[in-house]
Design a binder for this molecule. Structure first.
Ligand code: MG
Length: 313
């Protein structure tokens, strides 16, 4: 891996200065076609992420570098760990939330997956895109149609639901709840640190050059299995807020075309981390949870910040 000179983080609001102090972007590895859905595994100090067009999952660790974790994964996208350390996948190909159970305190590539949920009222989901797990165990995910529009990132197929929803799956009773139908094409999502709010992006502008789509993050109040009182939180440009994570102070770190943008909980754009490739998704990790891992086009990047990720992303 040749070293590259990263542009320095860009501070727009002095409140961010302590977070960026001494921080520098590193490119960890490259060789993917389009990177999404990174997740930090504290079990073995590694990052897993999706290389969707190549239909595989990649792994990087400080000890081992980059490798293929799984091949022919039926087009996984977003990932999250549940409270027991099992790995949840958004599967475009299976049109479902799928789980790799932890065995012996570790996640193994050859452990068979289990389908968690793939239908709503008897109809197939579109193509789950991103997932987060609430501290009570509920699994929240977005279900836009990107994985069924063609064969590059899934299997082309007609939608069955008649809408693009945010869902909440409650494993305590196996019920799938439609949490919101407010967004045209819901994509990334993350809780505020106290889980009273859920941020969800609408990236419908990505496929609509006529200007009728959105490229913003909407914040909702969380009421049991539902999302209420949607407010536009921030418009992100250039590009779209495909994915984002929240730190322990409630700041949002979102993807955009040319950088990771950092937003205050009041919606103010605090600063940017320029990235030399289009950013897909991000996740906090590292033994101190102070490292932001950035899945951006062909590469995985990291930057160590003077903050740490929220306990439940
Ligand atoms: Mg996404």
């Amino acid at each position: 891996m040749t070293e590259f000179l990263a542009p320095p983080p860009h501070i727009l609001d002095a409140r961010l200065a302590p977070v960026f102090e001494g921080a520098a972007l590193r490119r960890l590895c490259t060789g993917a076609a389009w990177s999404e859905g990174p997740v930090w595994l504290p079990q073995d100090d590694s990052v897993l992420w999706s290389d969707i067009p190549n239909n595989r999952m990649l792994r990087w660790s400080p000890a081992d570098g980059m490798s293929v974790w799984r091949d022919q994964v039926d087009f996984t996208n977003g990932h999250a760990l549940d409270g027991a350390g099992n790995l949840l996948h958004c599967s475009h190909g299976q049109r479902a939330i799928v789980r790799t159970p932890q065995v012996g305190g570790r996640l193994h590539a050859d452990t068979p997956d289990e389908v968690v949920v793939g239908h709503f009222h008897g109809k197939r989901l579109n193509s789950p895109n991103d997932v987060v797990v609430q501290s009570n165990g509920c699994i929240w995910f977005t279900d836009p149609p990107y994985g069924i529009l063609g064969d590059r990132e899934g299997h082309k197929a007609p939608p069955e639901l008649g809408g693009n929803y945010v869902f909440c799956y409650d494993p305590s009773d196996g019920q799938l709840h439609k949490a919101s139908g407010f967004l045209q094409e819901p994509n990334g999502l993350a809780f505020s640190p106290d889980e009273s709010l859920l941020y969800v992006s609408d990236t419908s502008a990505a496929l609509r050059p006529d200007g009728t789509g959105h490229h913003h993050i909407v914040v909702f109040d969380v009421r049991e299995h539902a999302l209420e009182d949607p407010r536009v939180f921030a418009r992100v440009s250039p590009g779209v807020p495909d994915g984002f994570r929240v730190d322990h102070r409630g700041r949002i770190y979102t993807s955009s075309e040319d950088s990771v943008q950092v937003l205050h909980p009041d919606g103010t754009l605090l600063g940017k981390i320029p990235v030399p490739e289009k950013v897909g998704n991000v996740t906090f990790g590292g033994t101190r949870r102070d490292t932001l891992f950035i899945a951006a086009s062909t590469s995985l990047y990291s930057i160590v910040l003077n903050t740490r990720g929220a306990p439940r992303p």
